[in-house]
Design a protein. Sequence first.
Length: 382
Amino acid sequence: MTASTTPPGGPPPAQAPSATAPSPGVPDAVGVPPRRRPSTGLLIAVAAVIALVAGVIGGLVGRASRDPAATTAACAATTIADEVLPSVVTLAVSSGASAGNGSGEVIRDGGYILTNDHVISPAGSSGSIEALFSGGQTLPATIVGRAPRVDLAVVKVNPPQGLPTIGVGKSSTLQVGQPVVALGAPLGLSGTVTAGIVSALGRDVPVPADNGVTAVLPGAVQTDAAINPGNSGGALVDCEGDLVGVNTAIATVPNASGEAGGGSVGIGFAIPVDVAMVVADQLIESGSYDPPSLGVESVPVPQAVAEQFGVPVGMYLRVVAPGGPADKGGLKEGDIVTAIDGRPMNAPESLFLATVGKKPGDQVRVQYSRGGNSGQATVTLA
């Protein structure tokens, strides 16, 4: 049996989309695979369909469940709820006949709220977004910036004085088995708290995005904390109440006919906070997101081609910009990059995934093959 994945909380249309004819530009709430087939190098280890967890007003879709007894350790969820819920919001999005809800968290003074792009994308250019706070206050929100390629966005409200912000932790220090808590508005139920553990780390998960393209959750945190439609964009926090991930997608199991079935199977995915904050900071500063550059153009060398020509799997550098980061680091046209900071270059998206959480000026270790000989270069990203 295969599993499928559904995003947990972007606002889809009021009528649940058909599994055979998803609405254009709206995340599929019932586990339909993206229309552009993702690279197999990005698929998670199990044969799963990744689906955004979208909260639909007027119809409950993408149910998720988890056996609470499966959690062997837990945070003090009552304390976390008291401390963190004031900085977690429910986002109500509407545009014409469509309406839905998702979640978000206040990450910076001034009313800046981090969420998933698929949560706010249905608003388009003429819809509305409202942020409901735990105290009951509702404020209109405007879009600051969107990064559909990694399914992140920032919106802003004009906040009352003293609006609390969520503490920001580190996803790089997470360990498998570590307790975590998810906060958000599953099925529109604001202020919901669920607990679980970190089930796995470093999942590169493809998810459906706007206009039928595929986004990637880079190095996602896998968790068994219960995540349902409406949780998308909400906070995954550690036992200190600090943000370690942005809840984005769940796995669902197809039924006998192959369509997405009864919701979550206890496999949820969150974008690591180390990546999310780099993207969010750039969205706030410039309104858009562009990952740092190596200054190259590349094409993938898949396994079959590598075996045919006796070269390693990797990214073939067909252009190295003169004076660019790769050129200054000693890379040349014709080199095959096999790994960056230990991450194998085994899929078309590999270069992007290796730099998505970096900043200009950061250095990366590049392993490459040139004329049958292996080498290593240190490249400063631009």
